[in-house]
Design a protein around this ligand. Structure first.
Ligand SMILES: [Zn+2]
Length: 440
């Protein structure tokens, strides 16, 4: 009996959130970021019931018996979204050891490894992520386990296997990382429009929410140069046509201008990285309303690996090749008014550092309010979840984070998220004394 009770408490402390979602809650802070207008509202008040926002502002009616959560000199924001993560990988301290690991670890082990990464991402304030490429449908499984409440992590939109040409950037037989050196090719690899259509269908059959396609070479693979196109116009047209027929979005990895332009012309919903885009590509994106997900912090993160000697020499050279013009391209995109959605490529660097992207966007010319909008209202639009996420408005899911002070004055406050609520459940509150069952 006592043992059962102890076990019960232990299980609760491992999986149970700090507050039950059914009881109404009132979150109070000095300010609230209105993602719709990009303006701060004072004071910040959000009323939450049954996992949803039911009122905003000091005049919102408060249900009887509601619990008040005082967060002090802080700013309430919608839960952040990262439109480009890889929750199923992370660099270890030595890439050579990662190679050995890739031969030795089974799919269940690789899956279990993702649990702390998912938790860290949520605790950093990212309540929703778009996972752009994972092997063996691990991202689909992780998504489902989180949605069922068995695992603590962000809400995931999963792309499953990235589509790639044979030997292309997302043919992970070309990488030292993904546990796939022993295989001929990744499951997302195909050549020719019809074969790629089949890959789209296969991903959707096994539960993918969207499609990721690699239109050019990249930094972290061992193949051709990062800017080389790797799929034809007809191939990209087929991928986008098939995905859109199923009402699913397409994210295209692209560094070089030619591959990017083929992807943009094909009608992809977002272009990822885009480090070497030319003016024609940027203007085409602006005209077509293609989202740009620059993943600026990815290149800082990979540079850190290189500086520590933790990157194979070939990849160091490729990093230098894309890093030269990257910042200039981002500046141009911002100045031109290309729509920006927040994404980091987390997993290329260690998880939980996602918020470091904000300052890089601001340094490249994006006003702080626009950087915050990129990770909230804009990302929600790109992900197709604007009906339930992206702003703090009655009827939306109660995904709320708090940062100290005023993030419009100091965007780096976004790195200090100390309160995280997802669908009305508090997963982190450093302002409150820890309760015996609180999860940290
Ligand atoms: Zn990526």
């Amino acid at each position: 009996m006592r043992r059962a009770l102890l076990l019960g408490t232990l299980l609760l402390s491992l999986s149970a959130p700090a507050a039950e979602p059914s009881r109404a809650q009132v979150l109070k802070a000095a300010r609230l970021f209105d993602a719709k207008t990009g303006k701060l509202v004072t004071p910040g008040v959000v009323v939450v019931s049954e996992g949803k926002v039911v009122g905003v502002g000091p005049k919102a009616p408060v249900p009887e018996g509601a619990r008040v959560v005082e967060l002090g000199d802080a700013t309430l924001l919608p839960g952040f979204m990262d439109a480009h993560t890889h929750l199923t990988v992370e660099p270890g301290p030595d890439w050579r050891k990662d190679v050995i690991d890739s031969f030795q670890r089974t799919i269940p082990e690789l899956t279990l490894d993702t649990l702390p990464w998912a938790r860290t991402t949520l605790m950093a304030g990212f309540t929703t992520v778009r996972n752009l490429g994972a092997e063996d449908f691990i991202d689909v499984g992780l998504r489902n386990a989180i949605a069922r409440g068995n695992v603590v992590g962000p809400r995931i939109l999963a792309a499953a296997s990235s589509l790639s040409s044979t030997g292309g950037h997302c043919d992970y037989g070309n990488s030292w990382r993904k546990g796939l050196l022993a295989r001929d090719a990744s499951p997302g690899v195909a050549d020719g429009p019809d074969a790629l259509r089949a890959r789209v269908r296969e991903n959707l059959k096994y539960g993918a929410d969207l499609i990721k396609v690699c239109a050019t070479g990249g930094v972290m693979s061992f193949n051709a140069e990062a800017d080389a196109p790797q799929l034809t116009q007809a191939e990209l047209d087929a991928v986008v046509d098939e995905a859109h027929a199923h009402r699913r979005k397409v994210a295209a990895h692209a560094h070089g201008a030619e591959g990017a332009k083929r992807a943009i012309r094909a009608g992809v919903d977002s272009l990822e990285h885009g480090t070497l885009l030319d003016d024609e590509a940027l203007e085409l994106m602006k005209r077509k309303g293609t989202w740009y997900v620059p993943t600026a912090f990815a290149f800082h993160g990979v540079k850190e690996l290189a500086d520590k000697g933790n990157l194979p020499p070939d990849n160091v050279l490729k990093l230098r090749a894309v890093d030269q013009r990257r910042e200039q391209v981002l500046r141009k995109a911002i100045a031109l008014g290309v729509r920006i959605a927040f994404g980091t490529d987390a997993g290329v660097f260690v998880h939980g550092r996602n918020a470091e992207e904000f300052a890089l966007l601001v340094e490249a010319g994006l006003p702080p309010a626009e950087a915050l909008r990129a990770a909230t209202v804009n990302a929600a639009e790109l992900l197709g979840v604007s009906d339930r996420l992206g702003t703090l408005e009655p009827g939306k899911l109660a995904d709320v984070v708090a940062v100290p002070g005023n993030p419009l004055q100091d965007i780096r406050a976004t790195r200090k998220v100390f309160f995280v609520m997802k669908e009305g459940v508090i997963h982190r509150n450093d302002a409150a004394p820890p309760s015996p069952t609180a999860t940290r």
